[in-house]
Design a protein around this ligand. Structure first.
Ligand code: VGL
Ligand code: ZN
Length: 197
């Protein structure tokens, strides 16, 4: 077995003061930095949207942030503009160690969002991460980061379905918790065989 730490979206816009702030999002940074020392392989993801991305409420007439809309690929929550490519909001939290092996960007196609590090929100378009992990012989993943109920959740469930051994360290994650999304995420992750610690 070969294990990697997968750090999800610890970016300024998901931290207090950011455009889509997750309560306590910055509190997990010291713990994640400590955890990095216990893994030979560390990978980070970065939510990375073009301006005017279709997941932004501002791109839809008469829509407000947190509305749910139907996209060609399925239901989509509309968000405040966040993690625009090259912006300060898209940058990693300044205290996060970013000396990992790979930074995987996602959500860069205007017409589709990507919560998961493995597939875009149509659940079929791959990001390439599975191939990267397989070719490096990585079999087990520990996930941490933001947000528990969106990008961590979908990444963990996809990883488990792809056959990885998956652990989510909840104490190094924080949730948005929109309409029960945290409880639903815990149920989905547990149902997919993800170990929550
Ligand atoms: C995320 C909402 C929109 C996340 C990204 O990282 O969980 N959530 N984009
Ligand atoms: Zn996003």
């Amino acid at each position: 077995m070969s294990a990697a730490l997968l750090v999800i979206d610890v970016q300024n816009d998901f931290c207090p003061g950011g455009a889509l702030a997750v309560p306590g999002g910055d509190e997990i940074v010291p713990e994640i930095n400590r955890m990095m020392e216990g893994f030979e392989t560390v990978l980070l993801t970065q939510d990375w949207h073009p301006a005017g991305h279709s997941s932004f409420a501002s791109s839809h007439a008469e829509a407000a942030p947190y509305d749910l809309v139907e996209m060609p690929y399925g239901p989509q929550v509309l968000w405040p503009d966040h993690c625009v490519q090259g912006s300060t909001g898209a940058a990693f939290h300044p205290d996060l160690r970013i000396d990992g092996d790979l930074i995987l960007r996602k959500g860069f196609r205007a017409a589709i969002d990507s919560y998961s590090a493995f597939f875009e929100n149509d659940h079929v378009t791959p990001t390439g991460l599975d191939g990267y992990l397989r070719s490096r012989g990585i079999t087990d993943l520990t996930l941490v980061g933001l947000a528990t109920d969106f990008c961590v959740h979908f990444s963990a469930v996809d990883a488990a379905r792809l056959g990885y051994g998956v652990t989510v360290r909840m104490q190094a994650c924080r949730a948005i918790d929109l309409d029960g999304s945290l409880a639903a995420a815990i149920e989905a992750m547990t149902g997919a065989g993800v170990i929550l610690t």
